[in-house]
Design a binder for this molecule. Structure first.
Ligand SMILES: *Cc1c(COP(=O)(O)O)cnc(C)c1O
Length: 847
């Protein structure tokens, strides 16, 4: 049998190991094991080898990183700043080797040292500094910005604990802290010399000239940690800068000078808690003060850094230090990833007016030309609306500034729409008091007023922004509204995660698709020949066999690798309708029980995803899935016709393993609720077919591949709206659909949870009485569509042909396209302007 190493060697897109470079990698690896890890091979653990390897690979980044930053300093191009509370980076080692083009060489070096590179890659902890799509988008954007040579910086928080580790215990989700830095992080470099102060609380006073001053504040320091972001084989290395909270040295001693030194040292923890943990909520606003502190901490540190860099330009130093800010927007673009960093708007106003001494109108003009805002959701429960009382306490000066922005905006509305007080109320940044007398600041409204561009993340979503939630704003600022359909980086999501498929593609059309994904359409001409279809089928079968082996090792379940792999992986949320999927699974189970000899396409349904720890209904949905799995997987009547598995702790590194093995991708959100989705694109790129609603980017995927190559079902946005308007009653659907009625009664009767029959009562009640996302209304169409999926799957040739046409139609969904659009249409930056030669101080890079 072929060894893993030999199998990898056959993948030509990885390149060929150079003998001389292999020797140098071995030398560097041994040197790091000795001098950096301080171990010899008698006592070194696998983790030691991982760290020695990470250090070895990192060495190859260093010169390129320094040179790229030097180049930006010398040429002073316009900088792009991507501000995000989340960067869901996953693993770095393999991605770095791939982008540097040293995979094959390193693989060979380790092989000669008696080590397997894949075993070492598995040691690396995911950098799980994100929840789901929004955070992963930020990570894919970084990859594309570097690959397109855009002078860009990611700015975020260095959470000590990323997204929690999910365990499944007795079928329920249990959370454990994600202590990802426990063994150290070889990819980051602390920069204590660039530490910056951040203030909280205090009060606002007016000085003799009537200028506002924010005083008596509590001080925390922001310590930057830099991570290199290499472009794909272009010698560009950008920076992701993450801030970590550090207590001030005089903390508390200043306030309580009672000599309790030990207590004062212990209290340092309080301020360092700011960057302790990522909030684990996806598409949900939790109005906690600590979260607002995190948001302000990020933007306060980042804006100081941006202004420092602006002022210290080569062309602005000494003689002509940049003291004016008129040109600031020509040198700085700031993209807000959702409203999460939106407190940066009043912060920039404060810095310009209170600190730099600009007039209000001048400062406002700079602000609007600098900021751009991306909206990621229309779900009302996800829109950030901070209580005025909280801002008053934590950031009193910012609240004043927001009031002032709002007052001027209200005046502008009344000029354009005199006497239209209802419109003013709807558009106000400061909302009217609620039933408890609480006033709130609507951060999305603030972002729209203060940005020159606002974009949705798929065509449908951008249209809905204009026609629903932000209709009034669209009427007022039509020129600000844009669409930027999301994407994914084809480097991580095909070249890295599915090297065998990448190689099949390279053999047909070469390597240009790696940086120009539209090239994949050249594959279409091969859709009539059996050869490429056979190869695609073979690669999919291999990937499925590997996952089946993993499932057997990990969960002790035996999977039929030739069954249809039906995959639903994403955050668990009612709007994403994992519930609709499991209702279909129960339908199949009921059919088998009714007719044990039924002729059906065997299926393996794989679920994965985390529920927010406080989201009761999402946790019930997980429990229903695991309960159905326990019954179905152990029922001898079912055999290998049906298997249901909940994958524990779904995360970026697991997505990379599972998605290449999927036959069917579940993208079944209620139409109008999923802004874009990016999981959908990963599956399509890896040759899975999609079953989905006309929602988010599914709409554009269907356009690109043709409706005959995707399984679309259910209500569209207009039909959802019409049903809502008419008055939706899930009970009606349950009564008129026998298969559905049976299932609801089975859940109520505790068929799947016999030990505790009423365990899932909240779930069945939800279906009957508050089915907000219309699971029951789409049930029949979904089951019918799934039956069509199965019948097409019986014709493996037809299926493979569709899979090929899916792959060939993914060009639009590269973040390279997304980023080029942001660059030209929002940031005013031309991609591809950074050109750097390879450094060659190491043998690897010698020409
Ligand atoms: C891509 C990705 C997501 C987003 O998936 P959607 O289906 O778009 O919600 C979430 N989590 C992980 C780990 C991902 O890689």
């Amino acid at each position: 049998m072929m060894s893993d190493h030999d199998r990898r060697k056959q993948i030509s897109v990885r390149g060929i190991a150079q003998v001389e470079n292999v020797a140098n990698i071995k030398k560097a690896f041994n040197r790091h094991l000795h001098f950096s890890i301080i171990k010899d091979r008698n006592v070194a653990t696998m983790r030691d080898y991982y760290f020695a390897l990470a250090n070895t690979v990192r060495d190859h980044l260093v010169s390129r990183w320094i040179r790229t930053q030097q180049y930006y300093y010398e040429n002073d191009p316009k900088r792009v700043y991507y501000l995000s509370l989340e960067f869901y980076m996953g693993r770095t080692l393999s991605n770095t080797m791939m982008n540097l083009g040293i995979q094959a060489t390193v693989d060979e070096a380790l092989y000669q040292l008696g080590l397997d590179i894949e075993d070492l890659q598995e040691i690396e902890e995911d950098a799980g500094l994100g929840n789901g799509g929004l955070g992963r988008l930020a990570a894919c954007f970084l990859d594309s910005m570097a690959t397109l040579g855009i002078p860009a910086y990611g700015y975020g928080l260095r959470y000590e604990y990323g997204i929690f580790k999910q365990l499944i215990r007795d079928g329920w989700q249990v959370e454990e802290p994600d202590d990802w830095l426990r063994f150290g992080n070889p990819w980051e470099k602390a920069r204590p010399e660039y530490m910056l102060p951040v203030n909280f609380y205090g009060k606002v006073i007016k000085d003799e000239k009537g200028k506002s001053k924010w005083v008596d504040t509590q001080l925390v320091f922001a310590m930057p940690y830099d991570t290199p972001v290499p472009g794909y084989r272009n010698n560009v290395v950008n920076t992701l800068r993450l801030w970590s909270a550090k207590a001030e040295n005089h903390f508390h001693l200043k306030f309580f000078n009672d000599g309790d030194y030990v207590q004062a040292v212990m209290d340092r923890n309080l301020s360092e808690n700011i960057t302790r943990v990522l909030y684990p909520n996806d598409n949900m606003f939790i109005g906690k003060e600590l979260r607002l502190k995190q948001q302000y901490f990020l933007v306060a540190a980042t804006l100081q850094d941006i202004i420092r860099r602006y002022k210290s330009s080569k062309y602005g130093s000494r003689e002509s230090i940049r003291v004016t800010f008129e040109n600031f927007p020509e040198k700085v673009a700031i993209q807000l990833n959702d409203t999460h960093p939106s407190i940066g708007i009043p912060e920039l106003m404060r810095l310009l007016v209170d600190v730099e001494g600009l007039e209000w109108d001048q400062a406002w003009d700079v602000c609007v030309r600098t900021f751009a805002y991306t909206n990621h959701t229309l779900l009302p429960e996800a829109l950030e609306r901070w209580p005025v009382s909280m801002l008053q306490t934590l950031l009193p000066r910012h609240l004043e500034i927001i009031y002032e922005i709002n007052q001027k905006f209200m005046e502008a509305i009344s000029t354009k729409f005199p006497g239209d007080f209802d419109r003013m109320r709807r558009m106000s940044i400061v909302e009217e008091a609620d039933q408890f007398g609480e006033k709130r600041i609507n951060m999305a409204n603030l972002c729209i007023v203060a940005s020159h561009a606002i974009n949705g993340v798929a065509a449908l979503h951008s249209d809905l922004l204009k026609s629903t939630t932000f209709k009034d704003f669209y009427e007022f600022f039509p020129e600000k509204f844009q669409n930027k359909t999301n994407g994914i980086t084809p480097r991580r999501w095909l070249l890295l995660s599915n090297p065998s498929l990448a190689d099949v593609i390279v053999e047909k059309i070469g390597e240009d698709w790696i940086t120009n994904l539209d090239e994949l359409k050249k594959l279409k001409e091969f859709a009539v020949e059996p050869q490429l279809l056979d190869q695609i089928r073979r690669v999919k079968a291999e990937n499925k066999t590997r996952v089946a082996q993993f499932l057997s090792d990990e969960y002790n379940v035996d999977i039929n690798p030739s069954s249809l792999f039906d995959v639903h992986v994403k955050r668990i949320h009612e709007y994403k309708r994992q519930l609709l999927n499991i209702l279909h699974v129960i339908t199949l189970y009921n059919r088998i029980k009714a007719d044990p000899n039924i002729d059906m396409v065997p299926r393996t349904i794989l679920y994965g995803g985390k529920a927010a720890p406080g989201y009761h209904m999402a946790k019930q949905i997980i429990r229903l899935i695991t309960a159905v799995g326990e019954i179905v997987n152990n029922d001898p009547v079912v055999g290998d016709k049906l298997k249901v598995i909940f994958l524990e702790n779904y995360r970026v590194s697991m997505a990379e393993k599972i998605i290449p093995a999927a036959d069917l991708s579940e993208q079944i959100s209620t139409a109008g609720t999923e802004a874009s989705g990016t999981g959908n694109m990963k599956f399509m790129l890896n040759g899975a077919l999609t079953i989905g609603t006309l929602d988010g980017a599914n709409v554009e995927m269907a356009e690109e591949m043709g409706k005959e190559n995707i399984f679309i079902f259910g209500m569209n946005v207009d039909e959802v709206e019409a049903l809502q308007k008419k008055g939706y009653s899930s009970q009606e659907f349950i009564q008129k659909t026998p298969a559905l009625k049976q299932i609801v009664e089975q859940i109520e009767g505790g068929l799947f949870t016999p030990e505790q029959p009423d365990q899932l009562r909240d779930l069945s009640n939800m279906l009957r009485y508050h089915d907000r996302f219309m699971v029951c209304a789409d049930f029949e169409a979904y089951v019918a569509c799934q039956d069509k999926v199965a019948s097409v799957y019986r014709d493996q040739n037809a299926w493979s042909r569709m899979a090929l046409l899916n792959i060939a139609s993914t060009g639009k969904f590269s973040t390279d396209r997304t980023i080029a659009e942001y660059a030209r249409q929002i940031w005013g930056v031309e991609p591809g302007q950074t050109s750097l030669p390879a450094p060659y101080e190491t043998a690897e890079e010698k020409p």
